[in-house]
Design a protein around this ligand. Structure first.
Ligand code: ATP
Ligand code: MG
Length: 420
């Protein structure tokens, strides 16, 4: 499925777990579905998103520019755990436009996959805009007051004919607490919410001291439940919530066809990823990055130089295929590692090789150009490169012959079985 699926986490009540749910959902979605682009942005000025996801220096642009500048992919930064984010702003003023205009701005970021929006505990311009932009709204409720408050969010959605997108999530529930008799708080909330004709996600997020400690203490870094509180019940609950989001996304109507630039062209690289000169005029080696689906041509001379020190070059046969595999830091925070694999015309893996230690600088640069992402933002990248040079027509007309995109399935299946 293509198109952007926007999930807004909102509640007028403060401290119900919005930010905890939004930030952790991003990590769990990515962990469950490695190939899914996941982006997060927050309208509050607590910088929680930045404290969990920022890598390196503070990005020059983010939310402020999204609302008051021209939206473009440059506003999105690569972050920890393979999640992209928009840098939060200290003072965000609403733009001079109606809240319903936000969706178009967000689409200007050129994102795919899932975008999570964390909101403020007040129904202001930003929260209203985030509600109207959403394909799915998650509203954490921890008590009766939060449930009563949810009515205002529902009214905004109802007016736009979108209240079917609202789902309540019982949150911060003390699993030991009982109301009168033997009724658990979570069960009561679910019951009371359904009585008011809300859709309620079939799970509760428990209150856990361990989870609470992830966002407190002296460090400004906020750690995800996935990496630092796996032993808690909240771990399984967030995983379930992420599965719920994926299921809603799968059930969402397909985006209208024919709008904007055809994806195949948007992802066509005009330059050779090795020398950066124009590459589509003559023959070249086709490349195809599995994650971004970017494709283009590498000059024959450039590929020869790039692989000059590798022994795989000696085993080449017509129709064979290189794969550059990069096992990225992902959840583990390790230095990305490169491996080259060679597949024959029948998509069988015939050899694998690690490039010489320290000698992979040009390869790294080429990988960055081919994937369109920084080296440190690698997760698990697979780039297919045709060993035989061909014309650019093969890239733009994937039906002709066996395109790299068509071969990827067999190559991947073969590789997953043998490489690891
Ligand atoms: N499952 C949980 N167990 C224990 N503590 C939690 C849990 N979820 C969140 N908290 C804690 O509760 C507090 C409020 O959580 P969080 O910041 O996510 O709520 P919020 O709705 O975003 O708040 P605000 O309205 O201020 O933005 C934080 O201290 C957080 O660490
Ligand atoms: Mg918050």
């Amino acid at each position: 499925m293509s198109g952007l699926f926007i999930v807004t986490v909102a509640s007028e009540k403060g401290g119900v777990g919005k930010t905890t749910i939004a930030t952790n959902l991003a990590v769990y979605l990515k962990a469950l579905h490695e190939d899914l682009p996941v982006t997060i942005a927050s309208f509050d000025n607590h910088f929680s998103v930045d404290h969990m996801f920022a890598l390196g220096p503070r990005p020059a642009a983010g939310m402020q520019e999204l609302l008051h500048g021209t939206p473009s992919p440059e506003l999105v930064s690569f972050g920890q755990y393979g999640v992209q984010y928009l840098a939060s702003a200290r003072r965000l003023a609403p733009p001079d436009a109606p809240p319903r205009s936000l969706r178009a701005r967000l689409e200007g970021l050129g994102l795919e996959g899932v975008l999570l929006l964390d909101t403020r505990p007040i129904l202001d311009w930003f929260t209203e805009a985030a509600l109207l932009a959403a394909d799915l709204v998650l509203t954490p409720v921890k008590d009766r007051a939060a449930l009563v408050n949810a009515a205002a969010l529902r009214a905004v959605l109802q007016e736009a004919g979108r209240d079917g997108r609202l789902w309540l999530v019982p949150s911060l529930v003390d699993s030991r607490a009982r109301l009168s008799g033997d009724v658990k708080v979570g069960d009561f909330l679910t019951f009371a919410a359904r009585e008011r004709e809300y859709q309620v996600v079939d799970l509760v997020i428990s209150k856990s001291p361990r989870v609470e400690s992830l966002a407190s203490g002296f460090s400004t870094r906020i750690r995800p439940v996935l990496t630092h509180a796996r032993q808690t019940a909240v771990h399984g609950q967030l995983k379930q919530l992420a599965e719920f989001v994926l299921a809603r996304r799968a059930a969402a109507p397909a985006p209208p066809a024919g709008g904007g630039v055809p994806p195949a062209h948007r992802r066509l690289a005009v330059e050779c990823p090795v020398c950066a000169d124009r590459a589509l005029d003559g023959a070249g080696h086709a490349f195809f990055d599995l994650r971004s689906r970017r494709r283009g041509l590498i000059h024959p001379q450039c590929l020869a130089e790039l692989l000059g020190d590798c022994e795989l070059g000696l085993l080449l046969a017509p129709e064979s295929l290189f794969v550059i595999e990069m096992a990225g830091p992902g959840m583990l925070d390790e230095e990305p590692e490169l491996q080259l694999h060679l597949f024959d015309a029948g998509d069988r893996l015939i050899a694998s090789e690690r490039p010489p230690e320290g000698g992979d600088g040009p390869l790294r640069a080429a990988v960055e150009a081919m994937t369109g992402r920084k080296w440190q933002a690698a997760l698990r990248e697979w780039i297919l490169i045709a060993a035989t040079a061909g014309p650019a027509d093969d890239l733009t007309a994937p039906a002709a012959g066996r395109s790299l995109a068509a071969r990827r399935r067999t190559v991947l299946r073969e590789a997953m079985g043998k490489v690891r």
